[in-house]
Ligand binder design. Sequence first.
Ligand SMILES: [Zn+2]
Length: 334
Amino acid sequence: MLSVDTLIPAPADYAAARVGSGEYPIPPYAKYLAGVKICLNPGHGGDARKRAFKRGPSGVREAEMNLRVAKYLRSFLERVGAVVLVTREDDVELSYEQRARIATDWGADLFVSIHHNAIDNKPQVNYTTVWYHADVDYRPSNLDLARYLNGGLQERLALPQYATVPLKSDQLMYENGFAVLLNATVTAALSESAFYTNPDEEQRLRQPAYNLREAHGLFLGLARYAAAGLPRAALMTPAGGIARAGETLVFELDDGLRGRKAWGHERTMILRDSIAVRISGRPAAYEFVDDGERYELRVRLPSDLDPGAYHVALQFQNMNKNSVLNPNFEIDVR
Ligand SMILES: [Zn+2]
């Protein structure tokens, strides 16, 4: 089984002609995806020559379903103004490191790897899982992304089996996790939407309408995530991250919601008890200031800090429990 083009063909405008129609509606809150930079990474590719590699029982290739779902998802996202980059447009091979680097170099806010699952000798198995890297504390925003993607997939695919706890650590599979998630420097998750080793599911995964449904589920998840606010942090002083011992670092926090100027926007929408700061792994004291317009997080560097490179990690959650997308900062103490 070395065949390619194992999906049921669809016209080039298949998704574009259906996005926003009654069966694939765009909810009003999807407008909050506008301007969000999302890198989509369809797994595998360029591997058709490998006998039986990542194929279902009748030979349908995972690489092809991953790619079509990614392109269909792009159709939804671009319709509402999200900025999308897909790591591969064709059936080509990319290393896991290359894929992660594409997302980093482009400055993605979110990095979504799209896969479908397989299991040996258990054709009856078929459920949705979404994977995050390492431990739950590694990067809490990864859990947010995974959770919203899972919610959208559960709703739209609605597979009859449920994975008990669908969010999974990639370290359950490999000691170091999935290489693509290990190398990701931005908020990242990996969906395994269904099992192509299930013969019935394999046939569904060949169909353009089913691929579009899955893309719609991922889209709804991303739209709900964005609507709940994507928190961010920015280092304001010192500029360039070059500091002296004893200096105060000033971060501006964005809860992802206040900028909408909704009724009550001047009220604090960051959970104070969710704030944490670590300097190269050690908890650090901070001051949190909210003047009703801007949030500031002030972190005083210890006055006896040796010169060198330090890693400053922030955490906070907005009122919808979404964690900061970009928690990591590098400081050079001179
Ligand atoms: Zn895969």
